[in-house]
Design a protein around this ligand. Structure first.
Ligand code: ATP
Length: 272
């Protein structure tokens, strides 16, 4: 299925491809959000602007409480903004939609469904023909390396495996953008590093456009082409840092001087 898609991509003219790549997949325009509390109104996000281009992996870092999850929930269409707008492929977001796949920190698999059935969940909702569903499920089971666990239930899987199923479920809808909120926050350090490597390989294979929130500055640099740093109260975009590392990365790269220089810049910005 993706192979057919990539063949189609190859057949298109370079001009068409260049034009597609320069059009934002996701755009957040002058977005602000306030919550009404008993004590008055609290502005959580102020004048947020960001753009993600096709096949980009972008991370958002910022102090706890600066509004990262609120921003992601607005992009997902789960929370309305107070002002400003979110556009996916040029269309204004007015609610949740299958053009945005979401992966949360806490495993959100349905415990009564098998791995395959979890991955099929969105496809069933969309009434996709069963044969097409089977192809997609098999493809994404293979992409996340869980073919042998197709018939297992979530309780039979480790934390890392559960997150791989959650990622496969989000990808099975082939969304325009994959939104991830601290997806590895609940994993131990070793599993987290394995999952970072896995996610990078998956991104190299599928070239999905990703917006991810993380507390972990190293994780953000390791995975991204760009990192946005947010300030707190109200949350604003403070810094946008391009990550000029090669696309193909391994864990040793975290020790390189380029990596450490970017880390220093982000940490200084977070401390200011
Ligand atoms: N529904 C809500 N009603 C009122 N206040 C809210 C609501 N949702 C979030 N907030 C407040 O908005 C602020 C930002 O919260 P948010 O969860 O977006 O921050 P965050 O940067 O994701 O934090 P963390 O990194 O700790 O997860 C917090 O002060 C939070 O209490």
């Amino acid at each position: 299925m993706l192979n057919t898609r990539s063949q189609a991509l190859q057949q298109r003219s370079e001009l068409e491809i260049a034009s597609e790549l320069s059009t934002a997949k996701l755009e957040v325009r002058s977005l602000s959000k306030s919550f009404n509390l008993q004590t008055g109104s609290m502005t959580v996000l102020e004048d947020i602007n960001l753009q993600l281009f096709p096949r980009e992996f972008v991370c958002l870092v910022g102090a706890s409480g600066c509004g990262k999850s609120t921003l992601l929930n607005i992009v997902a269409g789960l929370t309305p903004p107070s002002s400003g707008s979110v556009l996916v492929d040029g269309h204004k977001v007015t609610g949740p939609g299958s053009d945005r796949g979401m992966v949360f920190q806490n495993y959100t698999l349905y415990p009564w469904l098998t791995v395959s059935q979890n991955i099929a969940f969105g496809l069933n909702l969309r009434k996709m023909p069963k044969a097409e569903q089977r192809d997609r499920i098999n493809y994404y089971l293979d992409v996340v390396g869980l073919t042998q666990f197709a018939k297992s239930y979530p309780k039979q899987l480790s934390g890392g495996m559960k997150q791989r199923v959650a990622i496969a479920r989000a990808l099975a809808n082939e969304p325009a953008v994959l939104l991830m909120d601290e997806p590895f926050g609940a994993l131990d350090a070793q599993t987290k590093e394995q999952m970072q490597q896995f996610l990078l390989e998956l991104w190299e294979q599928t070239h999905v456009t990703v917006l991810m929130i993380t507390h972990d500055v190293e994780e953000a640099i390791f995975l991204s082409q760009r990192v946005y740093v947010m300030s707190a109260r109200p949350g604003r975009m403070k810094l946008e840092i391009p990550v000029g590392l090669p696309e193909h990365r391994d864990l040793d790269m975290k020790l390189s001087s380029e990596f450490v220089a970017i880390k220093r810049q982000i940490l200084h910005s977070l401390r200011e």
